[in-house]
Design a protein around this ligand. Sequence first.
Ligand code: GDP
Length: 174
Amino acid sequence: MTEHLLKILIVGDGNVGKSSFVNRYVSGQFNRTYKMTVGVDFAVKLLNWSDEEKVRLQLWDIAGQERFISMTRIYYKGAVGCIVMFDISSSSSFLSCRHWKQDLDHKAMLPNGDSIPCILLANKCDLTERAVSADTIDRFSRANGFFTWMEASVKENKNIGEAMRRLVQEILSV
Ligand code: GDP
């Protein structure tokens, strides 16, 4: 039995749903309970990935520090994958994804110097007022080196486990 320890970052502007995502994924709940602290914190989830492999996920959320935009290198150290999240009803949170991705590409690298795999997540797809079209997201995702993008709703539990599975799959394949 092999156990992989994977440090995964969840970045994006404030209020896009990062804490809710981690909470939903780890505890299955929507109302946030797992932490209210300001500062970097992480949650852990263990997956039975295959008959021979277990995956221990460390999910790092940047609780309350979004205003600093550029995170310290300690936060990025050892990360092997990332979710860049925005709120589909907020064009400013979408525009910020470029900065989040650039910051990652400068500070979070695999030992061979490559960028870490990143998935772009358009959260709150349960909302009807959309500020960004699928076509725009698709073009942005390709132009900025995301391996894929998905719509998700933490509220309705849509594509949460699926997004994490796609990311883990990508991490284990590089
Ligand atoms: P963070 O600042 O990025 O960690 O965002 P939070 O997890 O604190 O969420 C910000 C707000 O968005 C909260 O009021 C959440 O209940 C709400 N929220 C999170 N995910 C969703 C979603 O998928 N749909 C809707 N409608 N609201 C959401």
